[in-house]
Each structure stands twice: as C-alpha cells, then as structure tokens.
Design a protein around this ligand. Structure first.
Ligand code: NAP
Length: 292
C-alpha cells in the first residue's frame, strides 16, 4: 500500500495517538497533523512525536489530509464531522475508532450527508484502562480485532483500503452492521464494564470497604480490572448503547437469579452443573475465536 500523504488526527489521546504511532512505524504515513480539544494535549502530542504538526482546529487538521481519524468520545462525533464537512471530498477517507456504532453512523449521516461515502466506521477491539496521549503505544493494535460497520454508501475503494490498512497494522478485520455490532458489544464489553463498576460500588458502599479491599486477591483484581476505565468514556458508551445494555442487564439478572435460587435451595448438583458449563466455556474461550 502507498503511504498516506497526511493523516489528520482529531483527538490526540490513547487511541488516536497509538494509531498515529503505528502508522508511522509501519511507514504508512508521511505526515501527521493533529488536533485535540485542549491545546495543551495537542502540544504534548507534538512533543512526544505522536504528531508532526499541531493544528488549532479540527478543520485545519483535516485540511490537506487524505486520511482523517476521529479518535474523540463518541458523543463528539457529530459536531466534529460537521466542523470538517465542507473539506470532505470522495478522495478523503475518514475513519473513527468509537466503541459504539449505531450512534456514530447516525451522527455521520447527519453531519456528512452527501459525503457519507467517505466514512468508514471502525472499532478496534484494543485499549487500556489509562487514557491520554502519554499512554500511546505503537503496538496497541497489533493482534487485535477490528470491526468495520460500513454504510450502504461507503465507497468500496475506501472500505478495501481501510481493511488493508488495519491488516498491515497486524489486525484481523471483520465487517458487520452497526446494529449487530452494538448488540454483540453490549454483551461482551459494555455489560462487563457495567458489572465491574457495580461490583466496586457495591464494595465501597459497605462500612468495612477498606478492610475488605485490603484482603482481596487476584480473582478480585482480574474481575474488576476494567472498572479502572475512564468514567467519562464509559458514561458515553453506556448511554449511547442504552437499549442493548439494558436488555443485556436483564439477561444477566436472570442468570444471576437462577444461581441464587440454586444456592438458596442448597442444590449442589444443579449449581455444579451451571458452574461446569460456564467454566468449560471460559476455559476454551480465546479472544477472536468462535466457540468450539
Ligand atoms: P482519550 O485518551 O481520553 O482521548 C480522547 C481525546 O479526544 C483527548 O485527547 C481529548 O482531548 C480529545 N477530545 C475530546 N473531545 C474532543 C473534541 N470535541 N474535539 C477534539 N478532540 C476532542 O480517549 P481514548 O481512550 O483514546 O478514546 C477515544 C475513542 O476511542 C472513544 O470514542 C472510545 O469510545 C474509543 N475506544 C476506546 C478504547 C479504550 O480502551 N480506551 C477502546 C476502543 C475504542 P483533551 O485531552 O483535550 O480533552
């Protein structure tokens, strides 16, 4: 693949910064022009070598770019795309990395209108609990899955280029509809984050919370690791995908109630049967692989 002339990076945080570094390391971009909401973030990105040029606006980051990456909170998608709309041409490819896709695609339709074909919605299944450009990592995406949710008007050439680009960064790429994406990720990402936050909240609401936390071991550490995620980002994701998240919460409550009933009834065999099914499924699970 020919290197891109200019990446216009809008949102110089963990995900955007890591994308810029990965592209540079792979020799896939000649120049990165970046913009973030706070000028201090943009300047920090420049000092760290994540971007080459700091732009004072999203519009100026996108000006002259053949690739634009939106790596902002999903709730900022529409306003950001509106602010660059009049620069968008069919030759420019725009991608995002947002964790939800129905709202992002809707926002892109509203903002880009007749230029929607330039937009390739993407969600890399990679990340960290820490945010900010300081944590950018050129290897963040290596080995990750990337879900593309193209619209019916996405320009085919852009879709193929987006797929090739992520593959060159070491990713496995799948395509699906935004609805299927949000349903699946409500189950395997958004609800688990909600439960981890709720678990922490439940411990903290008890009078001897500090004592209990001091006793907790690796099981608690692994179960609650994702509760250290960025609260603002997760607020946006949970609200953006609220219907699917609430539906999955109901599903989870049923499973929990089933286990509670077995415990209450002292039904050891029933409990063991349920735990055996879950344990075997988890033991055989590998990221990105279908269940055997
Ligand atoms: P982050 O480290 O906090 O970076 C977000 C960046 O966007 C910050 O630099 C922030 O600038 C900037 N920003 C916020 N509002 C903006 C606006 N209106 N215009 C321009 N820049 C703006 O967060 P992140 O983890 O990279 O998340 C970015 C996106 O990736 C989110 O949509 C999230 O859903 C998605 N995602 C995250 C993960 C993960 O694990 N973190 C995984 C998959 C997908 P300031 O510093 O100036 O506030």
């Amino acid at each position: 693949m020919q290197p891109f002339e200019q990446l216009g990076l809008i949102g110089c945080g963990l995900m955007g910064g890591s994308f810029a570094l990965a592209l540079k390391q792979a020799g896939l971009v000649k120049r990165v022009v970046g913009y973030s909401k706070s000028p201090s973030t943009t300047e920090r990105a420049r000092q760290l070598g994540v971007i080459d040029v700091a732009a004072p606006s999203a519009l100026l980051a996108a000006a002259g770019a053949d690739l634009v990456l939106l790596a902002v909170p999903v709730a900022a998608t529409e306003a950001t795309l509106k602010s660059i709309k009049h620069l968008v041409t069919p030759e420019m490819m725009i991608m995002d990395v947002g964790s939800t896709k129905v709202d992002v695609v809707q926002a892109a339709h509203t903002a880009l209108r007749d230029q929607i074909g330039s937009f390739v919605p993407a969600h890399p299944i990679a990340g960290k609990e820490v945010s900010g450009v300081e944590h950018s990592d050129a290897r963040l995406y290596h080995g990750a899955q990337v879900i593309l949710t193209p619209t019916e008007r996405t320009i085919a050439g852009h879709l193929h280029k987006a797929q090739a680009l992520w593959e060159l960064l070491g990713c496995r790429v799948r395509s699906m509809s935004p609805q299927d994406h949000d349903g699946a990720f409500a189950t395997v990402s958004h609800l688990p984050h909600l439960l981890a936050f709720a678990m922490m909240q439940s411990v903290l609401s008890q009078p001897n919370a500090d004592e209990m936390l001091s006793l907790a071991g690796p099981g608690f550490r692994d179960f609650t690791r994702i509760a250290a995620g960025d609260p603002k980002m997760w607020r946006d994701v949970l609200l953006a995908n609220r219907e699917q998240v609430l539906a999955q919460s109901q599903q989870f409550q049923q499973a929990l109630q089933q286990l509670q009933a077995l415990i209450q009834a002292g039904d050891g065999q029933g409990l063991e049967d349920h735990l055996t099914l879950a344990s075997a499924a988890r033991a055989h699970w590998r990221p990105g692989a279908p269940r055997r």
